[in-house]
Design a protein around this ligand. Structure first.
Ligand SMILES: Nc1nc2c(c(=O)[nH]1)N[C@H]1C(S)=C(S)[C@@H](COP(=O)(O)OP(=O)(O)OC[C@H]3O[C@@H](n4cnc5c(N)ncnc54)[C@H](O)[C@@H]3O)O[C@H]1N2
Ligand code: MOO
Ligand SMILES: [Mg+2]
Length: 424
């Protein structure tokens, strides 16, 4: 076991991962199932919106010129010829002196040039005929949503690599995409390693703990838009682990293991990578927690060896696995966004390493403030429940004071970022 690993900077580690080529596959799925999936097609307007001149109000469609001299003293009266609700069309072209009672969304009758809202019209009946009177002048095109005024046919609207959100879905439905081409979710296998691990339905035993990492990571995989495949937990036995991992690699695009990446007697992952003939991209990073996060590359597949310590495991996933999964989905913005925020509390003690403090975001008097979510130790699990940002505290010789400007990585923002904007 090589005890003297050379740490590389975080940015360099991310780059090494992102430089590994990835391939994408496309599938066609029903629109109903497309929430949060990543589009693998460009979406352009297949027709104009709106596809016809339509009324934005409930009112009367008339010829604007008929109202040219209409005033309070000298109002203009129209003969109401018919009534059309949305979805219906006038039966004949509108003539001068005629009004069509029209509802919001209905097509403007041929010959009509404006719509007067009910609120400015007076109606009366005489001899079984309806009439409408108006006391003011209307302008041509007033209260008409013109055909194509929103979008012309052929306008590009959403590009490939975009996540389907409710708005994108509305567009796809507008243009009749009952099926949509999306990138296949990369299949991500997950193993938890450790002889100390109990299944979650087992009672605690002396010296043992329940396996929380697997469930946490499966959930992180799902949150990343990939498909998680759980292979169970493995005891720290070389042959068992090697066999299970080689078999699993046949069934997945990417494999994540948790635990066994440090320099302990039962930390078997380095030996497994060696026997697999995998190229280890790095096994030590200048960061806390997650310094032992290891990524290896074998036959076009990436193996993410996340740390066993829950907080380190969590951070390792978000910094290295998350953007690679986004790359596999061909996302234009594969990285978590990094924002500037004020630190909500003191971090008095200096630390030589860049720290990624599990934190949460708060909005106070229009300012973004970030607070630690709990204890700041690699082995801690409890702080993760409240975490939605990683507060970046650059390593150095000084501590940090409450109110100081820091960077924070947003973990729950779906827009993403084209670059990982970490300073230094
Ligand atoms: N001599 C050294 N010792 C350690 C070093 C070092 O540089 N020199 N690095 C430390 C750091 S930093 C970390 S982080 C840990 C990483 O350990 P491993 O990734 O090898 O993980 P394990 O040894 O398997 O387990 C560590 C810890 O995490 C608990 N664990 C493991 N799996 C799970 C799970 N699925 N759910 C919940 N908790 C889990 C495990 O019980 C251990 O307590 O190494 C330091 N040591
Ligand atoms: O990998 Mo460890 O988490 O730096 O504490
Ligand atoms: Mg260990």
């Amino acid at each position: 076991m090589n005890l003297h690993r050379k740490p590389i900077p975080v940015g360099e580690a991310i780059q090494r991962v992102m430089n590994v080529p990835s391939s994408t596959k496309i599938e066609k799925i029903p629109l109903e199932q497309a929430d949060e999936r990543i589009l693998a097609q460009e979406v352009a307007a297949t027709h104009a919106i709106p596809p016809f001149d339509k009324s934005p109000y409930d009112g009367f469609a008339i010829k604007a010129e008929d109202t040219a001299h209409a005033t309070k003293e000298d109002p203009m009266t129209f003969r109401v010829t018919e009534e059309i609700g949305a979805g219906h069309r006038a039966s004949k072209p509108l003539q001068s002196g005629e009004a069509v009672r029209i509802m919001t969304g209905a097509e403007i009758p041929e010959g009509a040039t404006c719509v007067a809202m009910f609120e400015i019209c007076h109606t009366h009946e005489q001899d079984g005929q309806s009439y409408m009177t108006i006391k003011r002048e209307m302008q041509p095109d007033q209260n008409i949503i013109k055909k194509a005024s929103e979008t012309k046919e052929g306008t590009p609207l959403v590009s490939s690599g975009t996540a389907v959100n409710p708005g994108v879905k509305a567009l796809l439905a507008t243009f009749g995409y009952s099926e949509v081409e999306v990138y296949k979710k990369p299949v991500v296998g997950v193993f938890a390693t450790g002889t100390e691990l109990l299944d979650i339905d087992q009672p605690l035993e002396p010296g043992k703990i329940r396996n929380s990492n697997a469930y946490m990571v499966l959930s992180q995989v799902n949150r990343s838009g990939a498909e998680a495949k759980y292979f169970g937990k493995l005891a720290d036995d070389f042959d068992t682990c090697y066999k299970a991992i080689t078999e699993a690699l046949q069934k997945v695009d990417v494999l994540i293991t948790t635990g066994g990446v440090s320099v302990g007697d039962y930390d078997l992952m380095p030996l497994i990578y060696e026997k697999l003939g995998a190229e280890v991209l790095f096994n030590k990073i200048g960061m806390r927690p997650g310094s032992v996060t290891t990524v290896a590359h074998a036959n076009g597949q990436l193996l993410f060896g996340l740390s066993g310590n829950p907080s380190a495991c969590y951070v390792g996933f978000e910094l290295y696995t998350y953007p690679y999964l986004q790359k596999m989905l061909d996302r234009k913005n594969p990285y978590h966004p990094v924002i500037d925020a004020a630190l909500g509390t003191d971090f008095g003690k200096p630390n030589p390493f860049t720290r990624f403090i599990r934190g949460y975001i708060s909005y106070e008097e229009g300012k973004v403030v970030v607070y630690p979510a709990g204890m700041d130790k690699s082995a801690v699990v409890t702080s993760l429940a409240k975490t939605n940002v990683l507060i970046v505290l650059k390593g150095g010789t000084r501590g940090y004071q409450k109110g100081e400007g820091v960077q924070a990585i947003l973990l729950e923002d779906e827009t993403g970022s084209e670059e990982f904007l970490l300073e230094g």
